[in-house]
Design a protein around this ligand. Structure first.
Ligand code: GDP
Ligand code: IMO
Ligand code: MG
Length: 429
């Protein structure tokens, strides 16, 4: 296998974790490169359902190095809960201690970041972003404002003390004077940080430079993305986005190996499209068809339990994703969800309701999205159960017609087709 990055190509929850898990089998080294515990990644393996937020799902294999890169932000309480749950489900503690490595450069989500995420959202009222309230925006804000705390800070007491003397008064002023919420004493924060040091000690990888150098030379690497292209801070539906770069370009930065280490970028798309949180969604279905997709696809958020909004496959978004996401191959998931649909639609262009203009180019100013309506091509459904089909040739003709049209429209090969959550419900073309 080539060094590959897995990129969510829509609004997240495309089934990236299932594809990552499958490809991890052939890789030696798995790197999570951005995001935080806002991610909710489900892997179904050996009749068990595992939920990942921060830990690369490669941990399910006993002999893969799983690296959490500098581009990730880590909320210690969520990390601890995730570890406990996975150990409860049978992943061995020794596997974590042997295989899980955390970059000392990763930023820490502090309790005040969680508070700020909550209050920012409530201040926005009906204009809220609909974040996961995991402190993601405020943690990345501090990172880029150069007032963040990194894992490595926990291991240098003197420097940490000095840093806190700079950061904490400033933070407290903002918490108190701007937001009028709880402030934190230095003792309180120091005691938290002491706990965090203990928590991270077994996993912090101070020799990461040697580790990555060796991986680059001798190992097959899989870069695991979270979220999706349309949630990307630069290219997504800004401001209804997350605060990191899920696109393939983000893997070079967040993983610490540069873009030349990546040889393939697999974009994961659902056969339809979903979104959790707020923000425009041109092909959204608010009728019973949307409800049918939601029910059959069991579209509920892994991290927040919220219902996911559903709509038809949006080709305009997909073409844009292929471009800015840097996608070279496609994995299409959840095709089985359409097994009982007599008709399936595919959006090939948008029509501007004001000017009548028809476009295949994605309009980047989301405030203009309300001006557009989707134009659809309609396909006949296959009305048969495809969940046990193991080869492309055996797929019903109508399914192949739909897949071929997507490939032709996007100009990229659909190399993997997923027909159910299990590992073996997968067709490699
Ligand atoms: P991720 O965040 O991109 O990893 O995706 P999530 O785990 O949040 O959501 C995808 C959901 O769809 C999970 O519950 C998966 O088990 C499930 N899933 C993945 N692929 C398929 C598929 O091909 N068919 C069906 N029916 N479910 C799938
Ligand atoms: P995975 O990796 C779907 C969405 C939130 C919100 C916006 C900003 O499972 O695909 P944030 O908490 O990041 O500040 O929220 O981004 N969001 C996701 N939606 N899947 C995810 O991750 C998401 N992570 C964040 O719902 O709209
Ligand atoms: Mg998810």
């Amino acid at each position: 296998m080539k060094n590959t990055v897995i990129v969510g190509a829509q609004f997240g929850d495309e089934g990236k974790a299932k594809i990552t898990d499958l490809l991890a089998k052939k890789a030696d080294f798995i790197i999570r490169y951005q995001g935080g515990c806002n991610a909710g990644h489900t892997v179904v393996a050996d009749d068990k359902k595992y939920k990942f937020h921060l830990v690369p799902s490669g941990i399910l294999y006993e002999n893969k190095t799983c690296f959490i890169g500098a581009g990730v932000v880590i909320y210690p309480e969520a990390f601890k809960a995730e570890l406990d749950e996975l150990i409860n489900q049978g992943v061995k503690k020794e596997t974590f201690e042997k295989n899980l490595k955390i970059s000392p450069l990763a930023n820490i989500t502090m309790p005040y970041h969680i508070d700020l995420d909550g209050i920012n959202e409530s201040n926005l009222g009906k204009n809220k972003i609909g974040t996961t309230k995991k402190g993601i925006g405020p943690t990345y804000t501090d990172k880029y404002a150069r007032t963040g705390l990194r894992i490595e800070d926990l291991f240098n007491e003197e420097a940490l003390n000095k840093k806190l003397d700079l950061i904490l008064p400033l933070k407290n002023k903002i918490l108190d004077k701007v937001y009028g919420i709880k402030t934190y004493s230095k003792e309180e924060i120091l005691s938290k940080l002491k706990e965090y040091k203990e928590l991270f000690s077994p996993y912090v990888c101070f020799n990461w430079q040697e580790l990555l150098r060796d991986a680059k030379k001798n190992k097959t690497i899989l870069f695991e993305g979270a979220q999706g292209v349309l949630l990307d801070i630069d290219y997504g539906t800004y401001p209804y986005v997350t605060s990191s770069n899920p696109i393939a370009g983000g893997a070079g930065v967040g993983g610490g190996m540069g873009p030349m280490a990546i040889e393939e970028a697999i974009g994961v798309f659902k056969a339809y499209i979903t979104r959790v949180g707020e923000g425009p969604f041109i092909t959204e279905l608010t009728d019973e068809t949307g409800e049918k997709i939601q029910n059959i696809g069991a579209e509920f958020g892994v991290t927040t339990g919220r219902k996911r909004r559903c709509g038809w496959f949006d080709g305009v978004i997909a073409k844009y994703s292929v471009l800015v996401g840097g996608i070279s191959k496609i994995a299409l998931t959840k095709l089985d969800v359409f097994d009982t649909f007599e008709e399936i639609k595919f959006c090939y262009a948008y029509k501007n309701k004001k000017t009548g203009e028809i476009t295949e180019l994605y309009p980047t100013n989301v405030y203009e999205h309300y001006d557009y309506e989707p134009l659809y091509e309609t396909f006949k459904g296959w009305m048969t159960d495809i969940t046990q089909i193991k080869s492309y040739d055996k797929l019903p003709e109508n399914a192949k017609i739909y897949l071929k049209r997507l490939e032709e429209y996007l100009g990229v090969e659909i190399a993997i087709i997923s027909t159910g959550p299990d590992r073996d419900q997968t067709i490699f073309k």
